[in-house]
Ligand binder design. Sequence first.
Ligand code: GDP
Length: 453
Amino acid sequence: MSTIAAISTPNSAGGIAVIRISGENALDVAEKVFRPSGSRSVKDMAGYTCAYGIAHDNGERLDDCILTVFRTPHSYTGEDIAEISCHGGLYVTKRILRAVLKNGAENAGAGEFTKRAYLNGKIDLTQAEAVMDIISAKGERELKMAENLREGSAFKKAKKCSDKLMKILGDLSAWADYPEEDIPAVEPKNLCRELIEIKKDLLLLIENYDCGRIIREGVSCAIVGKPNVGKSTLFNCLSGCERSIVTDIAGTTRDVVEESVRIGDIVLRLADTAGIRKTDDVIEGIGVDIAEKLITSSELIIAVFDGNSPLTEDDWKLIEKINSKKTIAVINKSDLGICPEVSEIEKHIGQTVYLSAKENDGIEKLQSAVEAIFEINENSFSSVAVANERQKKCIDSALVSVESAISALENGELLDAVNVLIDEAEQYLLSLTGEKVTDAVVDEVFSRFCVGK
Ligand code: GDP
């Protein structure tokens, strides 16, 4: 493989910047652009050692730097790596990279260092994906989840299932291919039992997928309710700025305002909608239509009610409309006192939170309600084993094949047919871990990475 180089630090000025070079000729290239202050040469440096010196372009001094050397196979990529740490100015960093490229390295593609780590067997595909998740983690739980995956939790669990399938395939082919040998017959009943166990393991793998997805990607959430109950005030309170127009004239919010807000570890992709009520105003009417569509498309509904006024027909119609959705009822304006009859809502909506959006009082209760509604707790998120849609699809497909194999056995079909289905399941699991995967899938995985990682 060629020797590649890229700036591994962000594309902005900082304290230091790092230019990473990886490949067979990494140390040759480093030798040509870095002059150590002592007498030893770059090529004599052992792995995990550094040297102080200057980076230069054909003798023209560029910057004071530290060179760190990693020797194959004990490096991130598994190849020889030289990392030049220089002052973090954008121009100086680019000049050093240019000198590195002039002296034999090629520009690294997106995620190419991590791709090489995968191709050189340092990590499996799920761990490579976890590296990207670590970089993009925005909260404590997201980071912990990515860290679990980087340590190989998904790989180990999928590998266990894949090893069991491989053993079954081995038994089946030994029995079919060498009938003259004294190989015990494969008993359909036993085989079925084993497959049911594998099916259970696969289901466990995807059990908390939604919890992981919610922590990573957030939840689409519509704030709905009749006019003047405090939807915009709540929206502004959550997003921390005055984005929605707050007035006491009913029907002020006519369009949909969107914003992502973080409550604890969960990101809500909020939409503040026009108040839902019958209206003759054409423009407001369009907003109301959008609000109704948002109810259908959002994963979570925050239905706001004015706790200080008796419930009206519009409130009851709304409760009916959101009946089948995951909903949190926010009984707002608690600072003005709560009408006793409003607590009736608790009988119809599972999660009810009393707060005052205007006084910013009680907002934290929303977090517990969101966590409760999506069953997010320490147990569920620490057992998340599947990081993304690609991995989920692999397991879903493996499950379909295993289930078909179980039905085939139950229907007394030939073992040959069962064999094909088990083999199919095995291929999906190998594709999950990257042990057997097409170049297109690998390219797709690494295209999400940044250059320099
Ligand atoms: P929307 O039409 O549902 O978006 O309602 P707004 O957010 O525009 O609020 C309507 C009126 O209720 C405004 O005068 C707000 O100041 C007031 N309001 C909103 N939330 C509260 C609250 O928690 N307590 C009190 N006292 N007034 C509130």
